[in-house]
Design a protein around this ligand. Structure first.
Ligand code: MN3
Length: 283
């Protein structure tokens, strides 16, 4: 049976509840194992008398048990943020599939949300687990995405971008912003119409699949686009900033209703922009 004892000194070999603790200058204390009474007495003879005077404290079994219970409770209730795998989530769609009709048809919304977006979420979580990706949260992951695989990058972007996209749209759109958003667009681009023109141009000129964005960076607004599922929050993105508004220009976002006519999709999309959500994201 292990002999449970606590010795205050010497610092380089302490024993707690029968377990030997060593002190590494960088790693701090760590356990080496348990010792029995014979080992303990043998060890005690080797350490200097000076070090032991007044120092040995025999710990009661009750104290050790209490310590063990505390450790068990901590393990059960405390998350381990540095080692727990990050799990990204798909937000609940804030409205019905048909809510954005006729700008975006219900069938497209349903497929886009339940198949395309859901697949990005499933795939990113698989990749994070398989590759042992450690990140504090989603923003931290995106800010260091260049150091991870293409699978993590594409699916993390797909997850975040669509969660954002659903929120900056909604039924009953006002068609145009007011208040601080209108003021900022007027100041940044001359007028709301000029802003719309420049944003539409970015959406139309994005070759292949990607996103058009309005971002805020260092207090200034900028329009641009990203390829594939890249996001302005990614470290390797050419367009960087805090996204205020984003438009998915992948064909899967409009093909059922508009086929190849991206320009008609973009023109009708303005009716479902939720400018209140844009305002919330503006500093
Ligand atoms: Mn999409």
């Amino acid at each position: 049976m292990a002999f449970r004892v606590v010795i205050g000194l010497p610092r380089d070999a302490q024993y707690l509840c029968g377990e030997r603790i060593s002190f590494h200058p960088a790693l701090g204390p760590y356990y080496l194992g348990t010792m029995d009474r014979k080992q303990f007495l043998s060890h005690s003879l080797k350490v200097s008398v000076g070090a032991l005077v007044g120092a040995p404290v025999l710990a009661s079994a009750a104290a050790c048990n209490a310590a063990e219970e505390t450790k068990a409770e901590e393990a059960a209730t405390s998350p381990e943020p540095t080692t727990a795998p990050l799990v990204l989530a798909q937000i609940a769609l804030p409205y019905d599939y048909a809510a954005l009709e006729p700008s975006i048809d219900a069938r497209t919304m349903e497929i886009h949300y339940t198949r395309h977006h859901a697949a990005y979420v499933k795939n990113v979580n698989e990749a994070i687990a398989a590759e042992g990706v450690v990140a504090k949260d989603e923003a931290d992951l995106l800010s260091r995405i260049g150091s991870f695989s293409a699978k993590v990058r594409n699916n993390a972007g797909g997850t975040w971008n669509h969660n954002f996209f659903w929120q900056v749209m909604g039924p009953g759109g006002k068609g145009a912003p007011d208040g601080k958003v209108l003021d900022a667009l007027n100041a940044g681009f001359g007028s709301f119409d000029k802003f719309k023109e420049a944003f539409t141009d970015a959406a139309m000129k994005r070759f292949g699949s990607g996103w058009a964005w309005l971002v805020e960076r260092n207090g200034a607004l900028a329009i641009g686009s990203t390829p594939n599922q890249d996001s302005p929050m990614m470290d390797m993105s050419e367009l960087k900033g805090t996204p205020l508004l984003g438009l998915d220009v992948w064909e899967h976002a409009y093909y059922l209703k508009y086929q190849n006519k991206r320009n008609e999709y973009v023109a009708n999309w303005w009716r479902v922009v939720n400018w209140d959500e844009v305002a919330k994201r503006m500093a």
